[in-house]
Design a protein. Structure first.
Ligand SMILES: C[S@@+](CC[C@H](N)C(=O)[O-])C[C@H]1O[C@@H](n2cnc3c(N)ncnc32)[C@H](O)[C@@H]1O
Length: 256
């Protein structure tokens, strides 16, 4: 099922939580001179327009980037770059956050299965050092792991359209950690009143050697019953220093 389109949710509070953490992690990993590989299993279209029809329809970004105060830090540098290139209403997806922060020798590998989202991603991101695949993200990342350079980060950001995606995501993240042990692996998950993430998080924390959890809560958009009330990140194999940089949000630590 590929009905999800991230344009309706881009720039919302969950995106901000995920993209700020991603930018901080990339800044941490690129402090050392050695190049890294950054891979994404579910890339989306890479670049969003907050004045576009999807974003206007939901207005979710107003409670996220629309309510945030500009700060110093890697996410805000990436946002400035994207706005300078594409206008004030542009908002970077995770691939554009990564491209803004990676260096010429780093490798950026993106998987996106939805045909229209993939075409838009190619239009937004193609360039030297960027590899874009229209491919199942789980199959693609496992097939390419371990990549060269071996040090790096993977983002797993599914749309959780099906209930089984929680179990599938936990299994995939753990398999990827085994195949690419030099990588930090960040899994995003929604927090719903149904609390479907709980089993997934405890499965990951029970099996992965080390996992950091960062969660933040917010009101459901439009007060929708059953809607998303928070955003979570599970970081498997966290690099040294990750605990401090994920720490602006409510922070739990497991297995470390
Ligand atoms: C939550 S969005 C990604 C948002 C993006 N990571 C960001 O933060 O800007 C999830 C994306 O995964 C894509 N997708 C769904 N199933 C997929 C699969 N099996 N393999 C790759 N991409 C998939 C969807 O089309 C959608 O664009």
């Amino acid at each position: 099922m590929l009905s999800y389109q991230h344009g309706y949710h881009a720039g919302g509070p969950a995106d901000l939580h995920k993209h700020i953490a991603l930018a901080r992690l990339l800044a941490l990993l690129t402090r050392k001179a050695r190049p890294i590989t950054y891979m994404e299993s579910h890339a989306g279209r890479g670049l969003y327009d907050l004045e576009g029809s999807q974003a206007v329809k939901t207005g979710e970004w107003r409670a996220g980037i629309g309510a945030a105060t500009q700060e110093d830090g890697p996410f805000w540098q990436a946002l400035d770059q994207v706005r300078a290139a594409h206008g004030e209403s542009a908002y970077p997806g995770s691939p554009a956050v990564a491209r803004a922060l990676l260096r010429p020798d780093d490798r950026l590998i993106l998987m996106e299965l939805h045909p229209a989202e993939h075409t838009a991603l190619v239009g937004a991101l193609k360039g030297p050092g960027v590899e874009i695949h229209r491919r199942d993200g789980r199959e693609g990342l496992l097939a390419l792991s371990p990549p060269k350079p071996r040090r790096g980060l993977a983002l797993i950001d599914p749309s959780y359209e099906r209930k089984e995606e929680y179990t599938e995501t936990a299994t995939f993240a753990l398999a990827l950690a085994r195949k690419w042990p030099d990588a930090a692996i960040m899994v995003w998950y929604p927090i719903l009143p149904a609390a479907r993430h709980v089993g997934m998080v405890s499965h990951i924390c029970g099996k992965a050697p080390a996992t950091l959890i960062s969660e933040t809560g917010f009101p459901a958009h439009g007060g929708r019953k059953g809607g998303m009330i928070g955003s979570g990140l599970a970081l498997l194999n966290p690099p040294y220093g990750a605990r401090e940089i994920l720490g602006d949000y409510r922070f739990n630590e497991k297995n470390e």
